[in-house]
Design a protein around this ligand. Structure first.
Ligand SMILES: C[S@@+](CC[C@H](N)C(=O)[O-])C[C@H]1O[C@@H](n2cnc3c(N)ncnc32)[C@H](O)[C@@H]1O
Ligand SMILES: [Zn+2]
Length: 310
């Protein structure tokens, strides 16, 4: 039934009930919690572990599923092309590869809000546990990644209630996802990361930067750069590096180390700026000069080296 590519037996080793964290058994119908008897279906080959708790983001989930349904006829190549309009694939491919290279094939990394799965289109060392609340996006991820990917599990779940055992993953990666979470969801998602992340794990997240350049460019165009609150059916909060450091301050206090940086410096699709060829070497040189990069970078990156849990 499960078409995640990862064998059900391998998956049940790390899965837990998102409601009570009991062990899950797989059967013909999907998964069943051995503690609270909750059942989780497999829809169209993708296990669904939503517990009705995405309440804070129902609007976004519906919106993502609707957007995804417009791509149902798209080939993997068309999907990748669309991704290229919204993300600087050159910069992100390098970052994803460097992140993944820190882990061994036996380890799991979590991609929180995996979307269309494009960060893992080339095989990386560790196994990827890709979580998204949008089943529509996960179906597209499966198409983009192609058949035979026994290294990527696609799972429909809420970041605020992960279907994972404690300490199940060695790393977590998340691109432009936490920026959409209402405060309460963000708090629960970070608590879940604390629970599922092994001691000494590593978290890398990227989100949209409220750069001075973006604000000025919008201002000149007679628009206002959206900083926080609702945009259509979803939330979007642009936090500065200092604001992200404040968000992570309470994470494994005294043991975790939080470092911020910037990426996609010259890539501003909303302003129709997508230089080709992309000046990647210049980006790396400037990204080292952090305060300057922060004036115009598109993304703020946060790296959390976790330390052990209490
Ligand atoms: C802007 S997209 C980014 C997708 C992907 N990370 C990428 O880099 O292309 C945000 C994704 O996060 C997912 N998402 C947002 N909040 C979530 C939550 N609480 N739990 C699971 N997925 C979530 C959305 O469904 C959507 O697929
Ligand atoms: Zn349970």
């Amino acid at each position: 039934v499960i078409e995640t590519g990862v064998a059900a037996g391998v998956l049940t080793d790390i899965l837990a009930c998102p409601g009570c964290q009991g062990r899950l058994a797989s059967d013909a119908g999907g998964f069943r919690c051995e503690r609270c008897a909750a059942r989780y279906p497999v829809e169209d080959g993708i296990p669904v572990f939503l517990t009705g708790r995405t309440a804070g983001q129902e609007g976004e989930r519906a919106f993502r599923d609707r957007l995804a349904s417009r791509q149902v006829a798209g080939s993997a190549a068309t999907l990748l092309e669309t991704v290229g309009h919204h993300h600087c694939m050159r910069v992100m491919a390098r970052r994803a590869a460097r992140f993944a290279a820190r882990f061994t094939p036996g380890q799991w990394i979590l991609d929180l809000g995996i979307g269309w799965g494009w960060h893992w289109r080339s095989r990386v060392g560790p196994r990827v546990f890709g979580v998204d609340m949008s089943l529509g996006n996960l179906r597209l991820a499966r198409r983009l990644l192609g058949p035979g990917r026994d290294d990527v599990a696609l799972v429909c779940a809420d970041a605020a209630a992960l279907p994972l055992r404690s300490s199940a993953v060695s790393g977590a990666w998340s691109v432009q996802v936490l920026q959409h979470m209402p405060a309460g969801v963000l708090e629960r998602a970070i608590a879940e990361l604390d629970r599922v992340m092994a001691d000494e794990g590593r978290i890398e997240i990227s989100n949209l930067n409220p750069g001075l350049f973006q604000r000025a460019a919008y201002h000149l165009a007679g628009r206002r750069l959206h900083l926080r609150g609702a945009v259509g059916e979803m939330e979007l909060t642009r936090r500065s590096a200092a604001e992200w450091r404040a968000v992570w301050r309470a994470f494994r206090p005294g043991r975790a180390r939080v470092v911020t940086g910037y990426s996609e410096l010259f890539f501003h699709p909303d302003l129709h700026v997508r230089p080709r060829p992309y000046p990647a070497a210049l980006e790396r040189a400037l990204a080292a000069a952090r305060p300057v990069a922060g004036l115009f970078a598109r993304q703020v990156d946060v790296v959390v080296t976790c330390g052990g849990r209490d």
